[in-house]
Design a protein around this ligand. Structure first.
Ligand code: GCW
Length: 676
């Protein structure tokens, strides 16, 4: 159980036969209990003791720097030692790491940065990397958040690893040990804030008792430099405040939010800000009063402004679409339809939080075109570490390759290079704010996410939020060494399994951009292709006896392709230039349509499903080959899941190929499907 909870922070003795020449003491330049620099001192002491069985003393006042680790902020260092050794420019949360044999300096622009640098140094040692280094590093963006969809009763929406680490029975848990442990994990991957409650928010989060409780969570986070944020119920002024309205322009509503916000800052002076899901899937919002989404967002932004808080406003706003007979109806259009024309109307502490694709965390989606439509508004990308549609942590799906199809995508705004990663960091359009949020949904399970291997996604998310150019294999291998040790077979095997995992899942779930084909009505788990069509959720495939796919062209379809800048629009508008993996997202074609690959759509379905399921079978044998190289508890736990995935991939395969065989009546060229 310890092994799971420690995740990549086990600090096991490195297998390398060499040992570093260890410093003889630790000087942490701030000794106050809640300070991240104090935490850094403790982490160095514990980590080094755990790896090398040597307990170094930690002091706050030591004057020598040789044969010592000095950790603190640049300002604290200058106070004690006179001048700064830092070469290069540090911005907020950045740090300088200087290792010269047993003389080590870890200096942050702020205390949080000093802690980040500490984890970087410990991570090097844990991986057997004892070399001298000297570098400054800064975050790509200031917003590196995670979201938890935790309810006050302790349940978690789309949580797959037990109950909440924050809430139980309507209030904040008295034992916040796991909340603090989570903050430690997050600090080590440079995540700086957690929104702790569900975006489908309950107004009761704002009762005096719960604000006090949430204050205790913030206290548990603070030593790790992790800030706390809250999701809000837009109708709280009515439900909690007893007002007759929640109109964002009403003066009573405005003072309600100003008061609540002041109360929160009295309890939590370093409160990060709010996250708002409004006018979406039944949540209340400004549209109820014919106010714009910008007026809704600015209401909170203005309450937060005097305290320095940030307002994350979700772009996941859509109306249910009752009528699939309307060829032009399209949920994918919603984000740009709702937000595009409001560009420039949001206050400067508003960040629009945009899911990576236009629908909802599918196995493959084109990049949300909203990133190309907000040139005067700060944006953040919303990713999902919780594998809602991607096997819910019972399937191995290493997500960074999927994420990169979006963050590395060039939207060609004004015919110029416009990579999504340069938009969210604020670089492309000169925005002061921006970054990312990932829905993580950890629970009380000892593995945090329900699966040891799923933790590579959380680890990699943190690395990417710091540097979107980080490499999926590099991140994965660092994570593997830290989690399972440096055995080459272990690293090679986990690398191969992980890198094949998303393609395999796409192969046996939904192909060619037709979405994941999960049960859409309730679970979002397992195959249920017929639930995508004829529902109000608008995740249609338009499969009939002759063809499949959503015509999203401007010439004949829903017009979605026209939400992209001209160069991208042109690619997707044309069947010839649309990549195979998105063809059914953008076009309605016959099953016999021939892809660029030379296969027909239907034969691609058949072949991909067999290939994907075969790969999942292989994962079992690959994992079994690691027996004895991984402690038996974690070995068995992962094996159990891989065996399940192998079986479930066959369920997926057979359900989907038979569904399309029945509906199309077209035989499988390889004669695997149907009766012969
Ligand atoms: O896809 C949907 C999920 C909901 C979730 C919603 C959202 C929190 O199924 O469970 O609600 O997305 O992101 O708001």
């Amino acid at each position: 159980a310890e092994n799971g909870r420690q995740a990549w922070l086990r600090f096991a003795p490195p297998s390398s036969s060499r040992h570093p020449s260890l410093p003889s003491e630790i000087i942490a330049l701030n000794g106050s209990q809640t300070s991240p620099v104090n935490t850094a001192g403790q982490e160095l002491q514990n980590g080094i003791q755990s790896m090398f069985s040597r307990k170094l003393t930690v002091s706050q006042t030591g004057k020598k720097t040789s044969s010592a680790i000095v950790v603190g902020t640049v300002a604290q260092f200058k106070n004690v030692f006179g001048s700064s050794p830092v070469k290069g420019n540090l911005i907020e949360d950045g740090f300088w790491l200087n290792v010269r044999g047993n003389t080590v300096q870890i200096l942050g622009q702020n205390e949080r940065g000093a802690l980040y640098g500490t984890f970087e140094y410990l991570s090097m040692l844990a991986q057997g990397n004892f070399s001298d280094v000297s570098f400054a590093t800064n975050p790509a963006a200031p917003i590196r958040w995670v979201n938890s969809w935790d309810n006050l009763d302790g349940s978690i929406e789309r949580g797959f690893a037990g109950a909440s680490v924050f809430f139980a029975g309507g209030s904040v848990k008295s034992d916040l040990t796991r909340a603090a442990e989570y903050a430690r994990l997050l600090a080590s991957i440079r995540i700086n804030a957690v929104v702790v409650n569900n975006v489908n928010a309950n107004f009761k989060i704002l009762t005096p008792d719960n604000i006090a409780g949430v204050g205790r969570i913030a206290d548990a986070f603070r030593p790790y430099g992790v800030q706390l944020g809250l999701s809000l119920d837009f109708a709280s002024p009515m439900e909690l405040g007893g007002l007759s309205t929640y109109d964002p322009l009403d003066s009573g509503v405005i003072s309600f939010w100003n008061n609540i916000t002041s109360q929160i800052y009295t309890t939590i002076p370093d409160f990060a800000g709010y996250l708002v899901k409004a006018d979406s899937e039944g949540t209340p919002g400004p549209l109820v009063y014919n106010r714009t989404l910008a007026q809704g967002a600015n209401l909170f932004a203005q309450a937060l402004k005097p305290h320095g808080g940030t307002l994350m406003y979700r772009a996941f706003v859509y109306n249910q679409l009752p009528d699939e007979n309307d060829w032009k109806a399209d949920r994918a259009n919603a984000a740009v339809d709702f937000f595009g024309h409001l560009d420039g109307q949001f206050d400067d502490n508003v960040v629009i939080q945009i899911k990576y694709g236009p629908i909802d965390f599918q196995v493959r989606e084109p990049t949300s075109p909203l990133f190309a439509n907000l040139l005067n508004t700060s944006t953040a990308i919303e990713l999902q570490v919780a594998q809602e549609y991607l096997g819910q942590q019972t399937h191995l799906v290493y997500l960074p390759p999927l994420w990169k199809t979006v963050t590395d995508f060039d939207l060609r705004v004004e015919n110029k290079s416009s990579l999504v990663r340069n938009i969210i960091t604020g670089q492309r359009f000169n925005r002061p704010l921006g970054g990312s949020a990932a829905v993580v949904n950890v629970g009380l399970n000892d593995t945090w996410l329900g699966s040891h291997l799923a933790m590579s996604n959380l680890y990699a998310y943190g690395r990417l939020a710091w540097d979107w150019t980080d490499d999926p294999v590099d991140m994965l291998q660092d994570w593997t060494r830290l989690t399972f040790g440096s055995d080459k077979t272990v690293i090679d095997t986990i690398t191969q399994m992980s890198m094949e995992s998303w393609p395999a899942y796409e192969n046996y779930s939904g192909n060619l951009g037709e979405q994941t084909l999960n049960d859409i009505l309730y679970t979002h788990f397992g195959p249920n292709p017929q639930t995508l069509d004829n529902t109000v959720w608008g995740q249609w495939t338009r499969a009939d006896h002759t063809g499949i796919g959503m015509d999203r062209t401007t010439s004949n379809g829903t017009g979605f392709s026209g939400q992209y800048p001209p160069q991208v629009h042109a690619i997707y508008e044309n069947l010839e230039t649309t990549p195979d993996n998105l063809v059914l997202w953008f076009h309605h074609v016959n099953y016999t349509h021939v892809l660029h690959s030379g296969k027909t759509v239907i034969q691609h379905f058949y072949d991909a499903h067999y290939e994907g399921a075969e790969t999942a079978q292989k994962f079992v044998t690959m994992w079994e080959s690691l027996k004895g190289k991984i402690d038996s508890e974690r070995f068995e736990d992962v094996l159990f899941r891989q065996v399940f995935q192998a079986g479930h991939s066959i369920v997926w395969r057979d359900a989907i190929v038979n569904f399309y065989h029945n509906i199309s009546g077209i035989p499988d060229a390889a004669k695997r499907v149907g009766s012969h």
